[in-house]
Design a protein around this ligand. Sequence first.
Ligand code: MN
Length: 227
Amino acid sequence: MTEFVFSPPAPVTIPVDDGRVFPVRRVFCVGRNYAEHAREMGNDERDPPFFFCKPADAVVTGGAAVPYPPQTQDLHHEIELVVAIGTGGTDIAEADALQHVFGYAAGLDMTRRDLQAVAKKAGRPWDMAKGFDRSAPIGTLVPADRIGHPGTGAITLSVNGVERQRGDLGDQLWGVAETIAYLSGLVRLEPGDLIMTGTPAGVGAVERGDQLVGTIEGVGTVGTTIS
Ligand code: MN
């Protein structure tokens, strides 16, 4: 029998709205995937997609709080559609890609924007800007076999009841099927992988005590408080 040096951590899970839980394997994130947000960040439209990752244990569920992280003065919200992969694969064809989706949720790609700006300027990785502790609040997963695959619909975020971000899933530069096809050409996707699919325009700073509520039409909500 294998003797572990220490007890392995319990799997990170996300609640599914049917009472089950979805075990998280990896968290992939798409950079700048809405034209208006790409413009507000100073970039051209429809560059090839690029990806970064957050650790699986950055996921926060159940509306739990996100502590204001250290080493930043500029913590930003990014509301995103989260795709949960149910069936893995390599070089998945775009026409087959949606069959690999278990379900969808609303999520927040919390970002230390000041650290990201420094990393961009120096040509360094974004890990410490994006993958800090508790940087990925995610709402309840809804199975695609019940809600289908939302290609359009409003995606919004409010802070303390005031709307900050608004976009439409139909305005993604790279849709879900295209994103899965592209990413599966870079790495083998596995069940449990999440893809955070980028944020619409309106990103901005939050402070301690702020209450964030994100909503995606036809999918659900995600909420957290900055503590
Ligand atoms: Mn993002």
